[in-house]
Design a protein around this ligand. Structure first.
Ligand code: TYD
Length: 189
């Protein structure tokens, strides 16, 4: 089973990834958690660029794809092949949203990614109003970085909201972490 968490910054994705992983492990499943951008060299470069100055849109898009190709080959596919549950904090829906608003067509981005990246079984889009997201980011980091400006997050939110697929579930993430977790479990088999 392949599960992905998406949503703008400050929606509590990383907490939910860990909580769900723990619950499934208690049920005896092997669970691999990971995130994008990864902690590999490409992911590190992308994170640094959020603090020190964005790359050009094309360079940035290419780097997210390179990072993901490695992630798919080295971690995601092998784990799924041996029957583990894989839970990711962000995946190509983030590229559709965040690079979509830098001028690329989200549907083209999706096509490019689905040519090499397996489609998840479940995507949980955690939703909170932008003001709450910004407040949470502020509490966490002191100051929003360049990926986290209001206008930017609003457009991302729109792209996430417009995803039409059956396997994509929107979750009200203004609730307590326990309630959010319960909503997620209720969607799983
Ligand atoms: P984030 O999950 O916020 O990492 P952390 O909180 O650990 O620094 O990811 C960093 C940023 O990367 C985030 O603002 C969204 C952005 N991003 C993209 O622009 N495109 C992508 O394809 C992905 C996966 C992330």
């Amino acid at each position: 089973m392949f599960i992905v968490f998406e949503g703008i910054d400050g929606t509590g994705k990383s907490t939910q990834v860990q909580t769900l992983a723990n619950t499934l492990r208690h049920l005896g499943k092997e669970v691999i958690t990971s995130k994008e951008p990864t902690d590999g060299p490409h992911g590190k470069r992308l994170r640094e660029s959020a603090e020190t100055g964005r790359l050009s849109p094309q360079e940035e898009l290419d780097l997210f794809h390179t990072d993901r190709r490695e992630h798919v080959e080295e971690l995601i596919k092998p784990a799924l092949a041996r029957g583990a549950v894989v839970i990711l904090d962000r995946y190509y829906f983030s590229t559709m949203a965040y690079q979509g608003i830098r001028g690329f067509d989200p549907l083209e981005i999706r096509k490019t990614n689905e040519a090499f990246a397996p489609q998840p079984d479940y995507v949980f889009v955690l939703e909170v109003p932008i003001d709450i997201a910004l407040e949470r980011i502020g509490y966490r980091d002191g100051q929003a970085n360049q990926f986290e400006q209001r206008e930017y997050l609003e457009k991302c939110h729109e792209i996430f909201s417009a995803l039409p697929d059956q396997f994509i579930h929107r979750i009200d993430a203004t609730q307590t972490p326990e309630q959010v977790h319960a909503d997620i479990l209720a969607k799983l088999p």
